[in-house]
Design a protein around this ligand. Structure first.
Ligand code: ATP
Length: 241
């Protein structure tokens, strides 16, 4: 078996007395696309925030064998983790291009220098729509374009594990399909992905493996094909086909 890239062991996160994540263990192998599914309030966002270091957690987080559990966010970014939060958090009054350049911020003291170097061209190749709109204010982009910009900005930081929190949120079905194709493409280009989604159908179509969270715990896991055929998943998350 391949050595996991990310390994979470019995992670728990509490808000005061309320435990939102309870003893969650999961792994992401290099180059794999793993999805975490669950209804509103299942603990998905809390789990991602714990993995990124936004929230403190009990348990253990290993990245390529190194223990990240007590490291601050910046140290996790330096190891190659990146999180695109649900709200995407772009700089609305700045141009598409300036948002992209900020994604390379962590390289500001390196030879790659101030402007993100060659990666801008790479992003415009991957996301041609962003190239067309490079001078447009980020706040005026459509929902789908904003999600693409959030992905491209994260990639400017050259993550090795990209975590996405509900990239399909608020998007029309056709645009969801486009965003998912892009997420799959990033996996094909070698970036490991941890994709949190309520849209189980869309996520399972592109994922290699999935975990189902309920009440803060993993209640089911398996390869995507198995989950797509699992009666509980079909009934609860996929509905009739
Ligand atoms: P959604 O899909 O709606 O974003 P989720 O699966 O991401 O849901 P979380 O946002 O992780 O779920 O929330 C898990 C539980 O923790 C919920 O019961 C929520 O109300 C609670 N919770 C989340 N954030 C806080 C907070 N800052 N303080 C207290 N409780 C919180």
């Amino acid at each position: 078996m391949t050595q996991p890239m990310l390994e979470a062991e019995t992670l728990s996160v509490a808000y005061g007395r309320v435990e939102a994540v309870r003893g969650v263990s999961l792994t992401v192998a290099p180059g794999r696309l793993v999805t975490v599914l669950g209804a509103n309030g299942a603990g998905k966002t809390t789990l991602l925030n714990a993995l990124m270091g936004v929230l403190p957690a009990r348990g253990r987080i290993l990245f390529e064998g190194r223990d990240l559990t007590r490291l601050p966010i910046e140290a996790r970014v330096a190891q190659g983790l990146s999180l695109i939060p649900e709200r995407r958090e772009l700089f609305a009054t700045m141009s598409v291009e300036d948002n992209l350049k900020l994604g390379a911020f962590r390289f500001r003291h390196t030879a790659r220098g101030k402007d993100g170097g060659g990666d801008l061209g790479e992003m415009y190749r991957l996301f041609p729509r962003l190239a067309e709109r490079r001078r447009q204010q980020a706040g005026t982009l459509s929902g789908g374009e904003r999600q693409m910009l959030a992905m491209a900005r994260a990639l400017m930081g050259r993550p090795r594990l990209l975590m996405l929190d509900e990239p399909s949120l608020g998007l029309a079905p056709l645009i969801v399909a486009e965003v998912m194709r892009m997420v799959a493409r990033l996996r094909d280009e070698g970036v490991a992905i941890l994709l949190v989604e309520q849209n189980a159908r869309a996520a399972l179509q592109i994922a290699d493996h999935g975990y189902v969270l309920d009440g803060g715990s993993v209640v089911l896991q398996g390869d995507s094909r198995t989950l797509q055929g699992d009666a509980r998943v079909v009934e609860t998350y996929l509905g009739s086909l």
